[in-house]
Design a protein around this ligand. Structure first.
Ligand code: GLY
Ligand code: MN
Ligand code: MN
Length: 462
């Protein structure tokens, strides 16, 4: 946990941004894997963690804006719980750790919210994403569960986004410290990328590196030689020399801040000429996008810089043709780069996306494009100092997409389908870094994980 003042200040900022009423924040509870006592690793709700810091089950909190009071709800644990799960601080102690003055038992939450509803007071809450909390809100507000999400408070959500987007020095320190674990995960994967090793074996080791380094993985590991499937969670293949292994993996720091990196490695440590050519284009896109990434520029423009670098490189190889700017404007490059350049990173790997990814990434500044490829860009807004984002350009040869577009005769003026046909067995390459927006530009957080062809080949070979 950060110091008490961090949480007090965050709540003060929130209070100043929400005009009136009651802010209700629900913590998460345990989720059963297969029966009630056999649970997944507990993960606290990120908003609750951010404003109230308590990383434990069965808590809720209220900020009463009109009366300037804060309440923490929860129960001291029973002797039975202590016997099985060990001791915990009391509710009063936990509240004191994060600077909350008032403590109430969980059963009081129904009455407090019920009374506020009767008085016609506004209850602000963020859109819930877990079934248990949707049901709890349904009971507290006395509305059908299907209506709960639409009652979420846009005013509160926008306030939370505005505050959480800008990372505090203590958050940046925590994130930067944990980059050492990300480095170890990815260099370990590279060192294991040899003929005969299974994807599953590498995935298991990476999960272990994450756990040993501080916390669970920040999202299910993508570790596959079929890198053209963007979020490939199957780990059933055996690696062979000549394959490309795409590893997109991250870890949660002890305070639950995410890392999120992708590297693509030549199995056995020697990229072929064809692999090198595509790899260098993705690396150039990563470089040009990072050079563009700075306060005051829209992230949409950074994305387009990467897209133009990719289209231009593919044109040099004869895979694309025609005017590069026009190809990108029309979205032809998206056959090879169908996702966005990146997203915000923080307590969540796609930070705050439980609120709504379009709201987080676009707020009121611009409309999200509906064009294939650009529509997948989760962040379009103007960048600000002390935001943390990922930059993750990629090039993929997705047979189903190639076949469909070719059959439709799509973008025949920009795509050389005859040449693309010869790459249908290629797979995919993505190169992802975690980036802090600074005063005048940006910088990569932590020591950069090997990324040039020479660095990757040398790491594989040990
Ligand atoms: N790992 C998911 C992503 O890179 O966005
Ligand atoms: Mn990733
Ligand atoms: Mn990412």
């Amino acid at each position: 946990m950060f110091s008490k003042d961090v949480y007090i200040n965050r709540r003060k900022k929130l209070q100043s941004r929400v005009e009136s009423g009651i802010i209700l924040m629900l913590g998460n509870n345990d989720s059963p894997m297969n029966y009630a006592d056999n649970v997944y690793h507990f993960r606290q709700d990120s908003t609750f963690l951010y404003f109230f810091g308590i990383d434990l089950q069965n808590h809720a909190a209220i900020i009463d804006i009109d009366n300037n009071k804060e309440y923490l709800f929860g129960d001291d644990i029973s002797l039975g719980h202590i016997i099985w799960m060990g001791p915990q601080p009391t509710m009063v102690e936990k509240a004191a750790q994060v600077g909350v003055e008032n403590v109430k038992p969980m059963t009081d939450l129904t009455k407090v919210i019920g009374d506020a509803v009767k008085q016609g007071r506004k209850i602000h809450f963020n859109p819930p994403y877990r079934g248990e909390n949707i049901m709890l809100l349904s009971d507290l507000l006395d509305v059908h569960h299907s209506k709960v999400k639409e009652m979420a408070s846009l005013e509160l959500t926008k306030a939370c986004i505005a505050i959480r987007s800008v990372k505090e020095p203590c958050e940046i320190e925590e994130m930067e410290r944990h980059m050492a674990t990300a480095y170890k995960m990815h260099t370990t994967a590279m060192m294991m990328a040899h003929d005969g090793v299974s994807e599953q074996e590498i995935t298991g080791v990476l999960e272990g590196v994450s756990m040993s380094g501080g916390g669970m993985v920040s999202f299910p590991i993508i570790c596959s030689k079929r890198g053209e499937t963007l979020h490939n969670h199957n780990h059933g293949n055996i690696l062979r020399n000549g394959d490309l292994l795409l590893v997109d993996a991250g870890s949660e720091s002890p305070l639950h801040y995410a890392t999120d990196h992708t590297r693509t490695t030549a199995v056995g440590g020697k990229f072929s000429q064809r692999q090198k050519e595509i790899y260098e284009i993705v690396l150039a896109a990563n470089d040009t996008a990072r050079e563009a990434t700075k306060p005051g520029i829209t992230y949409k423009e950074c994305h387009l810089v990467a897209a133009r670098t990719i289209a231009s490189g593919l044109k040099d190889l004869g895979l694309m043709k025609g005017d590069v700017d026009e190809a990108v404007a029309q979205g032809a490059h998206a056959m090879f780069f169908p996702h966005g350049l990146g997203h915000m990173l923080g307590l969540d790997v796609h930070d705050m996306e439980d609120y709504n990814d379009t709201l987080v990434g676009y707020m009121d500044e611009m409309e999200r494009s509906s064009q294939f490829g650009l529509s997948a860009l989760r962040l379009g807004r103007t960048l600000e100092k002390n935001w943390v984002v990922t930059n993750e350009p990629g090039i993929y040869f997705i047979p189903a997409l190639i076949d469909t577009w070719k059959a439709e005769g799509k973008f025949t003026n920009f795509i050389n389908y005859d040449k693309v046909e010869t790459y249908k067995d290629f797979g995919g390459i993505r190169l992802e870094d975690d980036i802090l927006i600074t005063e005048n530009g940006c910088r990569i957080l932590g020591e950069r994980i090997p990324i040039t062809i020479d660095e990757v080949e040398a790491t594989v070979k040990g």
